[in-house]
Design a protein around this ligand. Structure first.
Ligand code: NAD
Length: 506
């Protein structure tokens, strides 16, 4: 299976197994599925294919660890120490993690390295947050004091997608574990390799047995069983909006806590007064980084008419220079898409785009890449808002550019999709910047900036892009119950029932 195109990382396991109650195990029915290397599309490893019984075993282990284990009741400082160790281990192995992630997902190695470091940072952040955590108390002078008793909820079900898998898992694992929950993680079936590394990292850092459990497998089997397990009171899901709807329905009978981070088709709006060079650089990066497989990609660029032709020309020229290459090459800017199925989907949109817009860059396989899931950075100009490539999430290195005249038109175009994850606004007009940002239907707005996010800020989308927010204290809120304890300080304040005629009745 070795091939001179893909660089096989050292220390690949012989097989990807589940990790349940501190042990690597096969599926109970012994089934496995193929995992492909996106450069050759050859099967490079088998992964255990989890079903209902495997999920049941994982939930049972997590439940026992929650009910009997030390983890939920440990001092925050003690849990924080373990989380800091995790961050340290991840950071010290960033190169190795990045090699595995890049090999499994097709992400350029330089970007996978950044994601590995971000994963460490996520753990470090929540390690710091829980020791600084304070909860509300409410005084009613002389009468009552009320306080919040914050508690972990139980077994958290974490379901993650294949884009930047390790980093996105850290985003859920960090706060879920920091707050004292135990977890069952179901990573995406396209990219199970890096998730299996958490087990060793957690063991080394001192996470007690049963606190972290991992079940690999397909969404319709393993994921579905996790969503429908009555012993899992909350599900944090990141993935497609369509999958989110199914999970929402399946979780309804159990009234589970749900956090939904879903798809996007985010606008980047460039006004004529903007710093055009910075806007071109940022919008190129915004849609072509991470192979365009990025939920917050600015995949629709709206450009004011006065600068439209100039912008399109510069943008197309720069897009043509974006370096497509082997994921393992440090100079690569766009690598291989994750899987041949996803490649086919992206390529079908490229063909649709040729009938809907003016192709100004890319439009197919890049030269010199006859096999593997490589797509040339593709730019369509003059795309009308009813085009499918304007409305639908492509999740690849494909962008639609559309002109506008006025602020009102720009806003209407920006809001004209079912999604509402991010928006990027480029203007030097202060009033316009804030007014536009506040009106745009997006969970997150970046003004004259790329997607650079402080970990304390809320993360989440509106409309079909999600439900609820994670990030900073909002993640802590999602993974905890805030029980209110009310204490009487003064005279008991009882309305007295049943005493009105007490004397007469004797
Ligand atoms: P997906 O919805 O196909 O799968 C995500 C996960 O859900 C996988 O682990 C999958 O196995 C599981 N799953 C599928 N069907 C399921 C079911 N019926 N029950 C339970 N689990 C099920 O998404 P994907 O293709 O892996 O990821 C890409 C999508 O994720 C894009 O739409 C992207 O925008 C979105 N995304 C959103 C964010 C965000 O924070 N908003 C971040 C990253 C990715």
């Amino acid at each position: 299976m070795e091939n001179n195109l893909s660089v096989r990382p050292a220390n690949l396991p012989d097989k990807i197994r589940h990790y349940i109650n501190g042990e690597f195990v096969d599926s109970i029915d012994g089934e496995t599925f193929d995992v492909l290397d996106p450069v050759t599309n050859e099967t490079y490893i088998q992964a255990a294919s989890g079903k209902k019984e495997d999920i049941e075993a994982a939930v049972a282990a997590a439940r026992t660890a929650f009910l009997e284990g030390p983890w939920p009741t440990m001092l925050p400082r003690e849990r924080s120490r373990v989380l800091h160790k995790i961050a340290h281990i991840v950071e010290s192995r960033d190169q190795q993690l990045a090699e595995m992630e890049s090999f499994d997902s097709g992400l350029p190695i330089a970007q996978a390295l950044g994601q590995a470091r971000r994963a460490a940072e996520n753990f470090r952040f929540f390690a710091d947050l829980i020791v600084a955590q304070s909860d509300d108390t409410f005084k009613v002078p002389g009468r009552q004091i009320n306080y919040v008793n914050r508690k972990p909820i139980g077994v958290a079900g974490l379901i993650t997608p294949w884009n930047t898998p390790f980093m996105l898992e850290s985003w859920k694992l960090g706060p879920a574990l920091a707050t004292g929950n135990t977890v069952v993680l179901k990573p995406a079936e396209f990219t199970p390799l890096s998730a299996s590394l958490w087990a060793g990292i957690f063991e080394e850092a001192g996470v007690p047995r049963g606190v972290f459990n991992l079940v690999n497998g397909f969404g319709e089997t393993a994921g579905d069983a996790l969503v429908k397990h009555p012993g899992v009171p909350l599900i944090s899901f990141t993935g497609e909006s369509r999958t989110g709807q199914i999970i929402f329905g399946n979780a309804a009978p159990f009234l589970k806590g749900l956090s939904m981070e879903l798809g996007g088709k985010s606008p980047a709006v460039v006004f004529a007064d903007a710093d055009i060079e910075a806007a071109v650089d940022a919008t190129i990066f915004g849609v072509f980084s991470l192979n365009g497989e990025r939920c917050t990609a600015g995949a629709r660029i709206l450009v004011q008419r006065d600068i439209y032709d100039d912008f399109v020309e510069r943008y197309a020229a720069q897009a043509k220079r974006v370096k497509v290459g082997l994921p393992s090459d440090p100079a690569t800017e766009v690598g291989a898409l994750v899987h041949p199925e996803h490649y086919d989907k992206v390529m079908s949109y490229v063909e649709i785009g040729k009938t809907e817009g003016r192709l100004v860059a890319g439009g197919g396989r890049p030269e010199g890449f006859e096999t593997g899931n490589f797509v040339a950075p593709t730019v369509f100009a003059d795309v009308s808002p009813d085009a499918r490539i304007f409305q639908e999430e492509i999740f690849g290195p494909v962008v639609a550019i559309t002109p506008f005249d006025t602020d009102e038109e720009a806003l209407a175009l920006a809001n004209n999709t079912k999604y509402g994850l991010a928006a990027y606004i480029w203007t030097n007009d202060l009033k316009r910047a804030h007014n536009f940002s506040q009106k745009v239907e997006a969970g997150m707005v970046w003004l004259n900036s790329n997607n650079v996010r402080d970990l304390r800020t809320p993360f989440g989308g509106v409309k079909a892009s999600g439900l609820g927010h994670e990030g900073g204290y909002r993640s802590i809120d999602f993974y905890t119950d805030q029980q209110a304890v009310h204490i009487t300080l003064g005279k008991v304040h009882n309305p007295t029932f049943g005493k009105a005629n007490a004397e007469n009745s004797h």
